[in-house]
Write a new protein. Structure first.
Length: 86
């Protein structure tokens, strides 16, 4: 035989000659751009606000916003992440 190269060596030589540099995934970058650019405003909702629970009314909560603010405070004091953060 004229060639004593292994199939592994030949494969690597061919791979080096045709390989392209990988600079990153364009699909992933486009998805991140889409995700950042297509968020709906969180202050608006088409759903009606849910009614307060009986216990919340008994504790003096006046609106759903008061309840959400109280929940955010409890999460922050406990060291938990913000609601809706992931």
């Amino acid at each position: 035989m004229a060639s004593s190269k292994s199939s592994f060596t030949v494969f690597n030589e061919v791979d080096e000659s045709v390989a392209k540099p990988v600079l990153g995934s364009d699909g992933a970058a486009r998805w991140q751009d889409f995700k950042q650019g297509s968020k709906l405003p969180t202050t608006f909702s088409v759903a009606p606000a849910m009614p307060l629970k009986k216990l919340d009314r008994a504790l003096g909560t006046k609106s759903i916003r008061d309840e959400q603010a109280n929940e955010e405070k409890i999460r922050k004091d406990a060291g938990d992440r913000e609601a809706g953060s992931g």
